[in-house]
Design a protein. Structure first.
Length: 96
């Protein structure tokens, strides 16, 4: 499984985003709890902020203290014209 995660990372690095999304989506179906797979999938859905937010919500269930999750969520909130919501959410998380 870790080999497959590394393969997805290599696809992203090679800018083969379509293949990376497909591979990460397949892996997410096989190992839905894998935080790396969920984050990679969210990272490649950047042009679809609502999909990213849904994937990040799943990611958060497995590791709510993962800081990059909140950074990515903030980017999505800005894209959806909801920056104050994203900032408030991040501040609330860092206080807890």
């Amino acid at each position: 499984m870790q080999l497959e995660v590394e393969r997805v990372r290599a696809l992203v690095k090679a800018r083969r985003f379509g293949e990376a999304i497909a591979a990460a989506t397949r892996l997410a179906g096989e190992v839905p709890e894998n935080r790396d797979v969920l984050y990679l999938r969210a990272q490649r859905q950047a042009h679809r902020p609502a999909d990213v937010l849904a994937t990040l919500a799943r990611r958060e269930l497995h590791d709510p203290r993962y800081s990059r999750l909140y950074k990515k969520r903030g980017h999505c909130c800005v894209a959806l014209k909801g920056a104050p919501r994203g900032i408030g959410d991040a501040r609330a998380r860092y206080r807890s």
